[in-house]
Write a protein that binds this ligand. Structure first.
Ligand code: CS2
Length: 488
């Protein structure tokens, strides 16, 4: 029997500390994947336990149907497995904050009805960097993004994120049911303003007065989200079935650490997310930059080196003394590009990150993190590189991370294994290598791609030299040579 609202949980496994059936739905969340279930949904569960309220979540999958099906079959219930690390047994908890789930591809009407429902007061999302339809070069809507292009033609039957939210808001305005808060929970800098720009641009292209209404009434708080959550595996499902006595196709596994920093600007109320540890602040940017540059930047460095040099999981890369030292050094270089946060010690943060990365119970695939580099490198590596340059600091750590990403985009390990470079700009990235293993040519072609490097780097011979110098030995050598170039 699959897990459901009626499952009697075995002793020692905690279920919702409130009656989910009595808590109404107040949030529509796009992208109810593993990260959302380990992070915002778990935090909402804590909020409902402490303070109750009509804040359960309707999950909406934009692309796939599998997650929505798994959650629907289980009345939204799923197991959160937390793995504390060496010598500790995993902790299992069944979460009740997800009320249901829809797949937008087969239920646009249902999604729009939920957005229109006055009970919906927050629309949040974890859809990954590439789903927003953001033009990186202008910071505005990219009308050529496939979902945006289709939705601009038929704005009343949208399927993409910007189209759905804009149509939802149009209906709210028409029905006079007031606005909802739009809460971006993806790893993008200034993510509140980013999603605001995208929605306002989309609205302006269909109805200028709607754009004005949104600008006046809808709030778009910025957030920083953090919890390392590997993609769920068959092993996880087998372990959960064994311990729970029920099948659970929506189980997720994660680390104990969780952080959510949120700008407190909610136009229609919010849950008591402090109960789950959320921190409400007036300016998220310092936290966001710290996390993007130190955690995510180091992750990207590990991911590309890992795929090329045979470290399938982050913990394996950290287990290698040479790479461990490089990663710690990268965090230090990233920290030096940040403005101080009062009372916060970046060194201590880096030490904690190293421990989190090393957690032997967390099997976080380097190949998973390596995906979508074109969407991740700008905020993780290029922004701190420019900040380092401006501050007169050494740019080499960032040039190194850029070089190993470029080497990765060749799609071939040094021992001849091919892999797919999964990236919305994969054609352009493949094109970088069209002239063969010529480090200067590859670096120059990268500098010419729009919306990737800031001008302060793409036109800087010092930067391009530093990248090409690091890249050259990586193109010629074996895994050891790549590791040497990364650590040199
Ligand atoms: C990772 C992140 O896949 C990636 O790109 O760097 O998902 C990372 O695990 C999270 O941001 C941690 O909070």
């Amino acid at each position: 029997m699959p897990l459901s609202a009626d499952t009697v949980l075995p002793p020692g496994i905690k279920g919702p500390g409130y009656d989910p059936a009595r808590a109404g739905t107040g949030i529509v969340h796009f992208g109810p994947g593993a990260f959302h279930r380990a992070h915002q949904a778990a935090c909402t569960d804590a909020a409902l336990t402490r303070s109750s309220g009509d804040w359960r979540i309707l999950g909406v999958s934009l692309q796939s149907t599998a997650v929505a099906d798994a959650l629907s079959e289980q009345d939204g219930r799923y197991t959160l497995v937390t793995r504390p690390g060496p010598g500790s047994t995993p902790h299992l908890q069944v979460i009740g904050s997800i009320a249901g789930a829809l797949a937008a591809v087969r239920c646009t009407d249902g999604v729009l009805a939920a957005l229109q429902n006055p009970a919906t007061r927050i629309v949040s999302m974890t859809v990954t960097e590439k789903a927003y339809g953001l033009d990186r070069a202008t910071g505005r809507l990219d009308p050529g993004h496939p979902a945006v292009r289709d939705d601009l033609v038929r704005p009343d039957t949208p399927t993409g994120l910007a189209g759905l939210i804009t149509e939802g808001l149009r209906r709210r305005r028409a029905a006079n049911t007031g606005p909802f808060t739009v809460l971006c929970c993806d790893n993008l800098p200034d993510n509140g303003s980013m999603v605001r720009n995208v929605i306002l641009d989309f609205a302006r292209r269909t109805d200028a007065s709607l754009a004005d209404w949104i600008a006046e009434h809808v709030t778009f708080p910025a957030t920083m989200v953090d919890r390392i959550t590997p993609a769920p595996t068959a092993d996880l499902r087998a372990e959960v079935a064994d311990l729970l006595g029920s099948a659970d196709n929506a189980a997720v596994e994660t680390e104990p650490f969780t952080q959510w920093v949120i700008e407190d600007r909610f136009c229609a109320g919010r849950p008591d997310w402090e109960a789950g540890g959320a921190l409400f602040v007036s300016d998220v940017a310092p936290f966001e930059n710290m996390k993007l540059r130190m955690l995510n930047g180091a992750h990207s460095l590990i991911a590309y080196t890992g795929v090329l040099c045979g470290f399938p999981f982050v913990r394996d890369a950290i287990g290698n003394p040479q790479l461990r030292a490089v990663v710690r050094r990268h965090m230090q270089a990233a920290a030096a590009t940040l403005d101080p946060i009062g009372g916060f010690d970046f060194d201590g943060y880096a030490d904690d990150l190293m421990q989190r990365f090393a957690n032997p119970q967390i099997a976080h695939k380097t190949a998973q993190i390596a995906m979508d580099g074109s969407q991740k490198m700008p905020q993780r590596i290029f922004a701190p590189a420019l900040a380092a340059k401006t501050r007169g600091l050494d740019i080499t750590p960032f040039a190194t991370a850029t070089a190993v990403w470029l080497r990765y985009t060749a799609g071939l390990t040094p021992d001849g294994q091919r892999y797919e470079v999964q990236d919305p700009r994969s054609d352009e990235l493949r094109g970088l290598h069209a002239g063969g293993a010529d480090a200067r040519g590859i670096t120059a072609r990268l500098a010419a791609l729009p919306g990737l490097l800031p001008e302060g780097l793409s036109g800087d011979p010092g930067w391009n030299d530093a990248v090409a110098q690091k890249l050259a030995p990586m193109l010629q050598g074996d895994a050891a040579a790549i590791l040497d170039a990364v650590s040199g």
